[in-house]
Design a protein around this ligand. Structure first.
Ligand SMILES: Cc1cc2nc3c(=O)[nH]c(=O)nc-3n(C[C@H](O)[C@H](O)[C@H](O)COP(=O)(O)OP(=O)(O)OC[C@H]3O[C@@H](n4cnc5c(N)ncnc54)[C@H](O)[C@@H]3O)c2cc1C
Length: 382
């Protein structure tokens, strides 16, 4: 059974165009999602949450993205971190409980990982993590594309600790908004995904006490549950969100060609073999995405060990969804014709939104590098 009601999704859908046009944060969507229990939907029942599995929350993210991609991509960051919390508890890191209790208490998590020009992304930070001497850390640095900037109350972030004689370490922590030590730049003026309000965040001594440090680990694609937990939930839930954009584009095209009439053929475009082929093509592209998402989500839910294939396959599912959705939106636009070029048309917004999927991690360069390493091993001297 679905968690988010059709009525709520219709309400959120009804606001999406205006929120995009005004380039503003969807406070009312977030309030409604909180009211519906969505902030804690992914928290296990024994912690007081809704008990949804990763497979189930991924399905909800696809439904929400069909209604409003920007709102869905924003709350996706929160769901990634809640999923991390449950994953940590299940894998022997009790600090996950901090995340789960916070989500049940109504806290909203932001995701402060990406940094300017840092293509290591999760596998190495260029921000500073400075130890406070009591097991806590203060963070200095720039985090880009910080979705939910106007609203998050807690932030997952990481920085690099160079203080020890054991080499650089990545320190992952949860920051409290109320503790300060950061500023936002009001710089979110983008092509699409405008409702995420993913502003640049400047960390200026933001402090996390020892109780809020999730791990201190060696940089790189590690087996640390914090790194794998973030990576797996990020890639699967991002895939689920972009899948919603592509699926919605197919729905719009199907409805539109039933009324768009051809003078030449004296019938609606839904009877035109070329248009029928295009729409079938868009649906077929999307048809292969859902099963991939569900299979990987199920394996994370069930603790399946895919060994060294895990990370490349997780990157692949996000890329499959993002690329399929891009192509499906394009086919839908071709089928619907010039009316889709007007800003008032939902397809034009989906076209702008779906482009973000191209460069959100893992991008194609990172995907192909991971697969080449899996298949060929590292590059060697001739
Ligand atoms: C809609 C959307 C929402 C996102 N939400 C989040 C989120 O909540 N949390 C998160 O961690 N990530 C988020 N991401 C970021 C995403 O994960 C990628 O890291 C991001 O797309 C950057 O990709 P890039 O490496 O191609 O861009 P880059 O090439 O790194 O460019 C990104 C920005 O950094 C600047 N920049 C690049 N190099 C330098 C440099 N050397 N010095 C100074 N500035 C530089 C660019 O001018 C640009 O403004 C989001 C992305 C999108 C599109």
């Amino acid at each position: 059974m679905a968690f988010l009601s059709d009525e709520l999704l219709a309400t959120i859908h009804g606001r999406a165009a205006e929120i995009d046009a005004q380039n503003r944060f969807p406070f009312e969507d977030l309030a409604d999602l909180k009211e519906a229990g969505y902030f804690s939907a992914f928290v296990p029942r024994e912690y007081g949450g809704g008990g949804l599995s990763l497979e189930e929350i991924a399905a909800e993210q696809t439904r929400l993205a069909k209604a409003a991609p920007g709102t869905a991509l924003g709350i996706n960051m929160h769901q990634i971190i809640v999923g991390l919390g449950a994953y940590l508890v299940a894998h022997g890191n009790p600090r996950g409980e901090l995340i789960l209790h916070s989500a049940v208490a109504g806290e909203l998590f932001g995701f402060g990982i990406s940094e300017p020009g840092n293509d290591l992304v999760l596998f190495g930070s260029i921000s500073e993590a400075i130890p406070d001497g009591n097991g806590g850390y203060s963070f200095n640095g720039v985090k880009i594309f910080n979705s939910l900037a106007p609203a998050w109350t807690r932030l997952l972030t990481f920085g690099r600790d160079d203080s020890g004689d054991d080499g650089p370490h990545s320190v992952f922590a949860i920051l409290d908004r109320a503790d300060g030590g950061f500023e936002f730049k009001d710089d979110w003026d983008t092509v699409g995904m405008r409702a995420t309000q993913s502003q640049t965040l400047l960390l200026k001594g933001a402090h996390a006490p020892e109780a809020q440090i999730l791990t201190r680990t060696i940089p790189g694609p590690s087996k640390d549950p914090v790194v794998f937990g973030i990576f797996s939930h990020f890639e699967i839930l991002l895939a689920a969100t972009y899948a919603g954009v592509g699926e919605r584009a197919v729905e719009i095209a199907v409805e539109h060609v039933k009324t768009r009439k051809s003078v030449k053929n004296n019938t609606v475009y839904a009877n035109d073999p070329d248009i029928r082929w295009r729409i079938a093509e868009a649906a077929l592209i999307m048809n292969s995405v859902g099963p991939q998402i569900r299979e990987l989500a199920r394996d994370v839910d069930n603790g399946v060990d895919r060994g060294s294939a895990w990370m490349p396959q997780l990157s692949a599912v996000k890329n499959a969804a993002a690329e399929a959705s891009l192509r499906a939106v394009e086919q839908a636009i071709r089928a619907c014709g010039g009316s889709s070029y007007f800003n008032r048309n939902e397809l034009s917004r989906l076209y702008r939104d779906v482009v973000a999927g191209i460069f959100q991690p893992s991008d194609q360069e990172s995907l192909h590098g991971a697969w080449a390493n899996l298949l060929l091993g590292p590059v060697r001297d001739a």
